[in-house]
Write a protein that binds this ligand. Sequence first.
Ligand code: SAM
Length: 242
Amino acid sequence: SDHQLEYPASPAEMDWSPYFPAYVADSEDLPDASAHAEENGQLLTAPKRLKQDVEIIDIGCGFGGLLVAMGPAVPKSLMLGLEIRTQVTEYVQERIRALRAQEAESGKYQNIGCFRANTMKFLPNFFRKAQLSKIFICFPDPHFKAKKHKARIVSTTLNSEYAFVLRPGGIIYTITDVEDLHNWMVHHLDAHPAFERVTEEEQEADECVSIMKTATEEGKKVERNKGQKFVALFRRLPDPSW
Ligand code: SAM
């Protein structure tokens, strides 16, 4: 339950260094002296900062197939998988450690990380407003029964959180094999004033879409069972100037 979940009080208090050790900033890289802030004469040790922020997330990343495929495709960005199941998270972390060791010379896979989180609850604790450029929601749990719909990862309330952390022009990628859930996600994102649907043409031209269709463990399972895959992308609109 929540008390076992670790989360910072605010994004500024998040220590990213265990997840992206190759990106930890030297103190001279930092624009201000915040790493050595003082309060009442006491030296405060602020969390180590990264040279750049995480900008892509995979919500409910499962066993990490998307992270592993996307990492080398976006070598200049940091991508994070968020997963609620402890053992699955540990598996992904171990998988990333092994890949980094194998690729120690090339430095590949340093830009992907994973930790345990309930994304339905603490997203704004980890990410600042407009920090992210892409959010992936791949094969989320369908929660078929109407009584369980509130557990779905796309909803009016959660869409407002995604809109908060996503920058204008940023994209939410969704894919599922459950047509009813696809319709649900499209309905809720369409209805949200911060999002517009990306055209089919633009969608099919986006290399992340082909990766998302084939790289996740769930996507592979659907492939084996010759199931259908429903894709929808939504762009974060600029905030209106009141
Ligand atoms: N995206 C992966 C894929 O395509 O292979 C995994 C899909 S799996 C059906 C859904 C995943 O979402 C599970 O691993 C589950 O533990 C995770 N999940 C469900 N609710 C979550 C939440 N609130 N926060 C983080 N992860 C969650």
